[in-house]
Design a protein. Structure first.
Length: 83
């Protein structure tokens, strides 16, 4: 978590909420499209990058940390060009 004010922490969901609100504000009246998949892909790549680094690029460990099947992890890593 990141400090909000001295002694207070902000959770990941608060950062996501703030980012999505900023995204909508930046549209200047344009209609959004595909927000769900955009948010997931924007979050998934850095999540995979950090977890893989934390697990020293061990896909078996990373899949356990993430709670997903190793083959699923491998496919996701390949789709983002991370392997």
């Amino acid at each position: 978590m990141i400090d909000k004010e001295p002694g207070q922490k902000r959770g990941l969901s608060e950062h996501v909420k703030e980012s999505v609100e900023n995204y909508f504000e930046s549209l200047n009246g344009e209609q959004p499209y595909g927000v769900y998949s955009m948010v997931l892909s924007e979050m998934e790549r850095p999540l995979l990058t950090v977890v893989m680094k934390h697990c020293q690029n061990n896909q078996s460990k990373a899949s356990k940390v993430l709670g997903i099947n190793r083959n699923t992890l491998r496919k996701k890593l390949e789709s983002y060009g991370l392997v």
